[in-house]
Design a protein around this ligand. Structure first.
Ligand SMILES: [Zn+2]
Ligand SMILES: [Zn+2]
Length: 140
């Protein structure tokens, strides 16, 4: 195995198109996060995101057009022009959480659970049958 050319790649971009990324269709997990940070950064009831090792993700356009909120190891990356939250760098810089709403292509993975349901918006009712975790997945 010398390259990833045979593997499926997914494209994604912000609202205005200034920032574009490319990611392998090899997400390890996908979740809907209802924590107040995710609600605020997306302006939505919750944030569907998919996690992948950082080296399988790359910004292909608009690297300079990003607004990085946080530090080198842990941050949210927005488009500085339109504000879209594209991804977060997490877990000591080794993983990327891609906001699934910014994907252009359909990933193989689907969100498998709701997390931080303990702090979800009171005006939003979860109507699917996915497992609900009060905090982090695995923490009950
Ligand atoms: Zn933009
Ligand atoms: Zn969250």
């Amino acid at each position: 195995m010398t390259s990833s050319t045979s593997r499926r790649r997914l494209a994604g971009k912000c609202y205005c198109g200034a920032v574009q990324y490319d990611v392998a269709d090899e997400f390890v997990y996908a979740l809907n996060c209802h924590c107040s940070d995710c609600r605020r950064t997306t302006g939505s009831a919750f944030k569907p995101f998919a996690g992948i090792e950082r080296h399988k993700f790359c910004v292909v356009a608009g690297e300079d057009a990003r607004l990085i909120y946080g530090d080198e190891m842990t941050h949210d990356a927005h488009c500085a022009r339109c504000g879209s939250l594209l991804y977060s760098v997490v877990r000591e810089g080794h993983w990327v959480h891609v906001t699934m709403g910014t994907l252009l292509d359909d990933p193989s993975i689907r969100p498998t659970a709701h997390m931080f349901v303990g702090s979800k918006a009171p005006w939003y009712e979860i109507t699917d049958n996915l497992p609900q975790h009060r905090g982090h997945v695995g923490a009950g």
